[in-house]
Design a protein. Sequence first.
Length: 158
Amino acid sequence: MDGGQVLVVADSDGHHGYMDALRHARCSVIHAPGRSEALQTLAGVSPDVVVIDVALTTPTLDVSALIRDIRARVDPATSIVMLSQYVRQADRETARAAGADTYLMRPALPSALVFDVQRALILRRSGRRLSWNWPKQATVTYPPALERRRQVAAYAKR
């Protein structure tokens, strides 16, 4: 399968392995080291997939704003894949609310990124994007008898 055009937004040194893996998968890779370069690139190029590496070293960068700006400038069928060293649920949900389609935790294997990019390219052919890959955090509910036992045990520990 011939790869599509992938915009990689990353300013750290850790992204080169990901870019090499994408090139090996026959993707045309465009690198933008920061927000302004990414937005300038999007003025003249319409990528099939955008990868944002959130090991971004610019401390003032608002990643949510970057995702929103990119989402506003790309085709509706363009998937945005996040690579991030931030693993809290709040970080994932913030990225999702801003417009990211999937979220990979760093250090992700390059093959995992290639897999998601290839899925995004397949979905794009039918006008679709990747679906969110993290389930909602489920709250644990116990049957009434177990809940009562938990409460009694917690009270006994005081």
